[in-house]
Design a protein around this ligand. Structure first.
Ligand code: NZQ
Ligand code: ZN
Length: 391
């Protein structure tokens, strides 16, 4: 196991009606003037936004609001939010929504207290200072409610890039599984796919002897495999929603990723798809993961065979471990398509002639030098082959 430091001090309020605690929590974490940030309107329609405002008002906390975050959040609204916070003297950013809203909130929180362009953080600069952020989560997916990360797309070039820093880890996150019952099945399935991807990206490691985190990841994968179909069949299943919501947080606050090298190449390859085609991140991952895994499988066949046997119930073929490894990847693909996820680039709106552009932005855009690194380093030829496997 590698050396590590782990500091994840988010306060979680989990369960039915937990959003009623919002005002108290903002106060507890020092907020006096809040920016309420939200997306395209689901929180208005569900009545959640009204309940959140009432909770702030009950504590005498002043607020301004900024809606309109799109899935795959854009830089334009971040700049707008930074200006608004500065004008209004905001000292706390409250995200009400999914990963996109949370990531946009984190970007605003970091940008307000930074003199330069907030995009510096999305070009490699560590976020060391930010306004405090709180979240009220409405979809189990990105894990941003417990992570120190944010992903934004810059409209100038459509680069989708991540930033990180403990300063943007939410001070608190409200997780009420009932809030996810209004999700359409497709979005629920996208969330499940993203959670599985966060687990795979950590499972694919070059570090040896990491049994504790291997086993934690496997437990969370098995939970998703059990609960995923149940929630697609019955969207009102509170208990299944609850297990998925907590698994989504555990999958990405890095408690099961510490002490080991991680992959993240499926995410890198996918981010260009959601940037170019504006598809849901989870849908992009459903297409990306089987292709990337098949391409890199021979780097460590036994690791893929291990997940195939321990998680997907495949029979170990000791004479031909690559057969077992491949069966595990196919089981993952079948599980995802069974949830209603796509399997080809075409289903995401992509075409073969887009591949050179996708590869160029992926491998050379925004300061990259001809390759992406992870479980295996992938150069332009590798990435082109991977995108072709998705056709
Ligand atoms: O915008 P509204 O109207 O709220 O609708 C949203 C949106 O259309 C809808 N929705 C959310 N909760 C709902 C609901 N509809 C009905 N009922 C509810 N309860 O769902 C749609 C998707 O929302 P979005 O926030 O985009 O989903 P998600 O949480 O999957 O976030 C995706 C973004 O997170 C990034 C992705 O790249 C993508 O941009 N990621 C962020 C990470 C992080 N910060 O740590 C890690 C992830 O790997 C990921 O890359
Ligand atoms: Zn993800």
């Amino acid at each position: 196991m590698d050396n590590f430091a782990f500091y994840a001090p988010t306060y979680f309020a989990f369960g039915k009606d937990a959003e009623a605690q919002t005002g108290t929590l903002v106060k507890r974490f020092g907020g006096t003037k809040v920016l309420i940030h939200y997306g395209g309107g689901s929180v208005v329609r569900s009545g959640l936004l009204g309940r959140v405002k009432a909770s702030l008002e009950a504590e005498g906390i002043d607020y301004v609001e900024l809606g309109g975050v799109k899935p795959n959040p854009r830089s334009g609204l971040v700049y707008e939010g930074i200006d608004l916070c500065r004008r209004e003297g905001v000292d706390f950013v409250l995200a009400v929504g999914g990963g996109s809203t949370i990531d946009s909130s984190k970007a605003i929180a970091a940008g307000v207290v930074y003199e330069g362009d907030f995009w510096d953080f999305y070009s490699g600069k560590l976020i060391e200072k930010a306004l405090p952020v709180g979240t009220i989560l409405t979809i189990a997916a990105a894990g941003s409610e417990g992570s120190p990360d944010s992903v934004i797309t810059h409209e100038n070039g459509m680069y989708k890039r991540g930033a990180t820093g403990d300063a943007i880890r939410p001070r608190f996150s409200v997780l009420n599984p009932a809030l996810t019952q209004t999700l359409p099945p497709y979005q629920t399935a996208c969330g499940i796919t993203d959670i599985l991807a966060h687990l795979y990206e950590r499972y694919l490691t070059n570090t040896r002897e990491v049994e504790v985190t291997d086993r934690m990841i496997e437990a969370l994968m098995l939970t998703m495999i059990h609960e995923g179909p149940r929630v697609i069949e019955n969207p009102d299943n509170y208990e299944a929603r609850a297990n998925i919501m907590w698994a989504g947080m555990m999958a990405h606050n890095n408690s099961c990723g510490v002490g080991r090298s991680q992959d993240w190449n499926s995410h890198n390859v996918e981010h260009e798809l959601s940037a170019l085609y504006d598809c849901a991140h989870g849908a992009g991952l459903a297409v990306t993961m089987p292709a990337v895994f098949t391409y890199v499988m021979h780097h460590d066949v036994m690791r893929f065979a291990q997940v195939a046997t321990r998680v997907w119930g495949c029979q170990m073929d000791f004479a031909h471990p690559e057969v077992t490894a491949k069966a595990g990847i196919e089981a993952l693909r079948a599980f995802l398509t069974g949830l209603g996820m796509p399997r080809t680039l075409g289903e995401l709106g992509g075409k073969e002639e887009d591949i050179p552009k996708l590869v160029d932005v992926l491998c050379n855009g925004n300061g990259r030098q001809g390759a992406i690194s992870g479980f295996v380093t992938l150069n332009e030829t590798d990435c082109a082959a991977i995108y072709r496997m998705m056709l």
